[in-house]
Design a protein around this ligand. Structure first.
Ligand code: VGL
Ligand code: ZN
Length: 193
């Protein structure tokens, strides 16, 4: 595994580091909280933009079990569960992207929901002159992966920092599948320090 080194034209995309996706939350991703110190250190390296996404659902979102969806209710807009974890440094974040506001559409990707409605992220990145998108956060098998694929398809070089991501399911087959998708998988040295 090779380490990531930042360069000009990089944006860091910090996916869904919200209370509901971290231990103690409604849809906790195991080990998610252990990523925070490393992500904080990484955010202090030089990026042209640091964008945090937040899953941000109406109370009747289609993905919720009450609506016969797959997930327990989570990240309801404006609630504590939808807030970024308080230990995640907020100062380095340049932009926030909310996603999943439309009741009838699932939205794993920070770029667009499953009906194709854009969040505006692609245009934002292009406007900022970003060439490479670097991802970390949760969940690796849902929102990180979907965001990384959309980034690649939008024409950005795309890197996933595997040791700054946590998954709901098994990691090993997932990493193989992501590599076959054409994603570049690297590690952040910030996880170790
Ligand atoms: C996510 C399930 C439902 C995620 C969002 O952030 O990976 N997973 N909504
Ligand atoms: Zn969600």
């Amino acid at each position: 595994m090779t380490f990531f080194t930042p360069r000009a034209g990089d944006a860091l995309l910090v996916i869904d580091m919200q209370n509901d996706f971290l231990p103690g939350g409604a849809l906790a991703v195991p080990g998610g909280d252990a990523l925070i110190p490393g992500i904080n250190r990484l955010m202090h390296s030089s990026f042209d933009a640091i964008i945090a996404s937040q899953d941000w659902h109406p109370a009747n979102h289609t993905s919720f079990k009450e609506q016969y969806g797959q997930w327990p209710a989570h990240c309801i807009a404006g609630t504590h569960g939808a807030a970024l974890h308080k230990e995640l440094h907020q100062v380095p974040i340049s932009h926030i992207i909310h996603k999943g506001m439309r009741a009838k559409a699932e939205c794993y990707s920070a770029f667009a929901d499953e009906s194709g409605a854009s969040t505006g992220l692609s245009g934002l990145l292009t406007g900022l002159g970003i060439r490479r998108v670097v991802l970390c956060g949760v969940a690796l098998d849902y929102c990180v992966r979907a965001s990384a694929l959309d980034s690649l398809n939008a024409g950005f070089e795309t890197v996933v920092l595997t040791n700054l991501c946590a998954a709901i399911g098994e990691q090993k087959p997932l990493l193989q599948a992501m590599q076959s998708d054409g994603l570049t998988l690297l590690e952040a040295k910030e996880r170790l320090s």
